[in-house]
Design a protein around this ligand. Structure first.
Ligand code: GLN
Length: 193
């Protein structure tokens, strides 16, 4: 299985380690032709405004949008989630593929980044929030809440897309890696999530 990881900037190398850890092949995506043979896609955290600027030169996100809409299992973390959100407060809509509203930098500046307890599906663990967005509205019945931190929604799924605001790739705990393995392995059947 080949897993494409958007590699404009941000934590793409950490995601690539997670993918190798579960025995799949990570492919760093920098241009449209890199998308040709992938079975799953990850959009990492980083800085969404920088990613959008880099995209202005390559247009790659237009092709990323097509393969997401085609049903490719797609995981987004943090800035990646901002890129896919339907509505973005303090930012711009980029390639909307999940019916959520997010507020960028909702917990404050870099110094307010923190580790906190997250219920991710059936598991509870401590994960990092790095200048994270908040998911403030669910905009359709198709969206499921899959992760919570205190009273905040920090993970959602819709069809083939799982969008998180925290960084499980920095933990690589067994629960996350097992989940990631199953998610990728399901391929386009993942629509049944
Ligand atoms: N604050 C960043 C943004 O707005 C996201 C931070 C992250 O991805 N860890 O894009």
């Amino acid at each position: 299985m080949k897993v494409g990881i958007l590699s404009f900037q941000g934590s793409f190398l950490d995601h690539s380690k997670s993918v190798s850890e579960i025995g799949f092949h990570p492919l760093l995506i920098k241009q449209s032709k890199d998308l040709d043979s992938i079975d799953a896609l990850i959009l990492p955290g980083g800085e969404s405004t920088a990613m959008k600027k880099i995209n202005d030169f390559s247009g790659l996100l237009g092709n990323v949008d097509e393969i997401i809409k085609d049903g490719t299992p797609t995981l987004t973390t943090c800035a990646g989630t901002i890129l896919l959100a339907k509505e973005v407060i303090d930012g711009d809509e980029t390639i909307p593929n999940i019916d959520i509203e997010v507020i960028r930098n909702a917990y404050g500046r870099q110094a307010e980044s923190f580790e906190g307890s997250v219920k991710f599906f059936e598991n509870e663990d401590i994960y990092c929030f790095i200048r994270a967005p908040k998911i403030t509205k669910i905009l359709s019945d198709e969206v499921n809440i899959i992760a919570e931190h205190n009273d905040d929604i920090v993970g959602t799924s819709q069809k083939n897309v799982v969008a998180l605001t925290f960084h499980p790739e920095l933990n690589n705990d067994d629960y996350y890696l097992n989940w990631l393995y199953d998610f990728i392995q399901e391929g386009k059947n993942v629509r049944s999530l």
